[in-house]
Design a protein around this ligand. Structure first.
Ligand code: PCA
Length: 331
């Protein structure tokens, strides 16, 4: 009897201190799940994981960020809304896929406007104020943004002209890529990167525009894709954004940790994207694919399509778009 009551006392004491500990932890420590759409091995996801560790370390674990790559928590198409509504406090998204909400989100996917890493950085710096404003109106704060490598074309056959593309089923990742396909006489369907290999292997698609990175990550050479043509048409960006309310609720030192780790991630991610470009071209070749620059003839035809799309974007983006393009080109 005596032993039992002592044990009960001990148990009460223990559970009391466990509760106190838990309360301390919940009062000071916060865990943020960060959905990401692309495979864990992709440089954006690896950079995101380093960013998460940077914030966790800098805040002594008081703000722990845990990344969920590969669309495992939310698929690419759902991530932005999840962060806006607070279902996830933070997340990464290809912003150009939301150009239907605000054309300024599509500035990085206007064909042949910014075709190199340096131009991509300049265009981003020029458009950043407007991007931040557009995100702010949607309860979002921009943390950092990293370009994908330059975009080229994937096929299951040799292609030398736009005529060779006619009728092909095309995998698109945003409205610009769908429009490009339409103007080239192809049939676009929007498909997440995570599903690209399956789409090629079942012949649901026969072509796409993307970077060497995504073809390599998804091993498209194992799905019958034989040719990659370097076009350097544009460099779309992944943007990491945080829910404004979640951000506002953080103590100042945690806000500072987020923004300084974000600046670091933006610089490191840019370098990783540059390094990944050649690495993934080599990887596609090792997988048995032909990787070469698009012929001058094909590039000329694509540039004509690009000119149509540029004027369409300028019409949609109005004064804001014109001001960005003028200032980007003018300096
Ligand atoms: N890869 C992503 C977007 C741009 C890129 O290079 C994709 O194909 O979904």
């Amino acid at each position: 009897m005596g032993v039992t009551s002592n044990m009960k006392k001990l148990a009460t004491l223990l559970s009391g201190s466990a509760m106190a500990l838990a309360m301390t932890a919940s009062a000071y420590a916060e865990k943020w799940d960060m959905p990401m759409a692309y495979s864990a091995s992709n440089f954006h996801s690896q950079n995101g994981a380093e960013f998460a560790k940077c914030v966790t370390d800098k805040t002594g674990g008081d703000l722990e960020i845990v990344t969920h790559p590969g669309g495992s928590l939310f698929k690419g198409g759902e991530i932005k809304r999840a962060v806006q509504t607070g279902q996830a406090p933070i997340g990464e998204r290809l912003l150009s896929a939301h150009a239907n909400e605000n054309p300024v989100f599509g500035v990085d996917s206007v064909p042949f406007l910014a075709t190199s890493f340096d131009a991509s950085v300049k265009l981003y710096e020029t458009a950043k104020g407007e991007l931040e404003k557009a995100l702010d109106e949607q309860n979002l704060k921009l943390l950092y943004s990293v370009p994908w490598p330059p975009q080229g074309l994937y096929f299951k056959k040799e292609v030398n002209s736009v005529a060779d593309m006619k009728g092909l089923k095309f995998r698109a990742y945003n409205a610009s890529t769908s429009r490009l396909a339409e103007l080239a006489g192809m049939q676009p369907t929007q498909i997440e990167a995570a599903e690209v290999q399956q789409a090629f292997s079942t012949n649901a698609v026969e072509s796409m525009v993307s970077s060497g990175a995504t073809g390599f990550d998804r091993k498209v050479f194992d799905a019958g894709v034989t040719h990659y043509y370097e076009v350097d048409a544009w460099l779309p960006r992944n943007t990491v954004m945080v829910n404004k309310d979640a951000y506002a609720g953080l103590p100042d030192d945690q806000k500072a940790a987020l923004t300084s780790c974000a600046a670091e991630a933006e610089a490191k991610g840019l370098q990783a994207s540059k390094d990944y470009t050649q690495f993934t071209y080599d990887g596609l070749r090792e997988g048995g694919m032909t990787v070469e620059p698009a012929s001058d003839g094909l590039k000329g035809e694509l540039e004509a399509i690009g000119a149509t799309m540029t004027s369409e974007w300028l019409d949609a983006a109005g004064e804001t778009g014109k001001a960005i393009v003028d200032s980007f080109k003018g300096e």
